[in-house]
Design a protein around this ligand. Structure first.
Ligand SMILES: Cc1cc2nc3c(=O)[nH]c(=O)nc-3n(C[C@H](O)[C@H](O)[C@H](O)COP(=O)(O)O)c2cc1C
Length: 323
């Protein structure tokens, strides 16, 4: 797929949510959506040697890995490792405002150091063949003007990277929790549209508060791509129309029951390999979103999580889905 097409619709990196199992589930529903891992801190790879965090399923492609870090040598080493693992892209997190991340001098606070970010990205891109991209906010704290993000991008683009994913609100480094930081600072989609006008040579992907495919289509009139986080996790079946509406192809799946069965086949294999069953099952909660039996479906999943066994409730789960 040409570069400007591959980010047309992306699923946001989300810690505790978009693990390899959730990504497998989403890939059963959409062939083309671009997936990202949860953020992986470079320190835990380089110093903690926790490489199992990089594991992913072959079926997940196209999938990017998101790194959190600011030490250039660590970022280079991790980028090489991620390429070796077979990821399609490496994304640098410059949007997370949590205290823990700030202490490590990465995430959103890096927006105050655009030259350093440009150096990191240039060195990462020099070290690997796959594309390196960035996910950032519009600004941090009181830096709320359009000029701030314009200057940030003008500097960072000198690294040579082409794709900027922009969460269309500021990050507040002191006083708001990460959760509040995803809801309270106002969304400014017009800033992101203007960035595309001012930097037509870059791929600009818009993120934040986008609820459905209709809204996505509207944004695609102004930018190259859309990234959806919470709405896609809460209602993964909404992705089924992506193939048709966004990419003009036949849908990959027709029914929720079909997805359930394919996912549970996968879950049973992975559980037998030692993966945690409840962690895999929790991603199914959203599949019944909007159905009349949604609550009972979720209760059945909770029962399976508690019993650490899903085979005996497979038929019940299927019956509880509407189609
Ligand atoms: C539970 C959760 C975890 C998140 N973890 C990450 C992360 O690891 N890296 C990142 O760049 N953004 C993270 N985010 C932010 C999302 O990627 C996204 O920018 C944000 O949720 C806004 O998009 P949405 O309104 O479509 O959800 C997280 C969001 C949520 C809800």
């Amino acid at each position: 797929m040409p570069r400007e097409q591959c980010h047309k619709l992306c699923i946001a990196p989300m810690m505790q949510y978009t693990d390899m199992h959730d990504r497998y589930l989403l890939r059963l529903i959409s062939k083309k959506v671009f997936l990202y891992t949860e953020m992986i801190a470079t320190g835990s790879l380089v110093h903690g040697k926790c490489f199992e965090q990089l594991e992913f399923n072959n079926e997940e492609h196209p999938v990017g890995v998101q790194l959190g870090g600011s030490n250039i040598n660590d970022l280079i080493e991790c980028s090489k490792k991620c390429e070796e693992y077979g990821y399609d892209e490496i994304n640098l997190n410059c949007g997370c405002p949590s205290d823990r991340v700030q202490k490590g001098r990465f995430g959103a606070c890096l927006m105050l150091e655009p030259e350093h970010v440009a150096n990191c990205l240039a060195e990462m891109q020099n070290a690997v063949e796959i594309p390196v991209t960035i996910k950032c906010r519009l600004g941090v704290d009181h830096h709320e003007s359009y000029e701030f993000i314009h200057n940030f991008i003008s500097t960072v683009k000198k690294s040579g990277i082409k794709t900027f994913i922009i969460h269309a609100r500021n990050g507040i480094l002191k006083g708001l929790s990460p959760r509040q930081n995803r809801n309270i600072p106002p969304l400014k989609y017009d800033y992101v549209y203007k960035l595309k006008q001012d930097f037509p040579e870059l791929d600009i992907v818009i993120n934040g508060g986008i609820k459905n495919l209709e809204q996505s289509q509207m944004h695609l009139k102004y930018v190259d791509g859309v990234m959806i986080g919470r709405s896609a996790y809460d209602n993964p079946f909404m992705l089924k129309d992506i193939e048709k509406i966004i990419f003009n192809e036949e849908p990959l799946v027709k029914s929720k029951k079909e997805i359930l069965n394919k996912y549970l086949d996968y879950v049973e294999i992975k559980a037998s390999e030692g993966h945690n069953l409840p962690k895999m099952l929790k991603h199914l909660f959203g599949l019944s979103k909007g159905d009349k039996n949604a609550k009972n479906f979720r209760l059945k999943i909770i029962e399976a999580m508690k019993n650490n066994e899903v085979t005996s409730v497979r038929n019940d789960l299927e019956d509880l889905l509407v189609y």
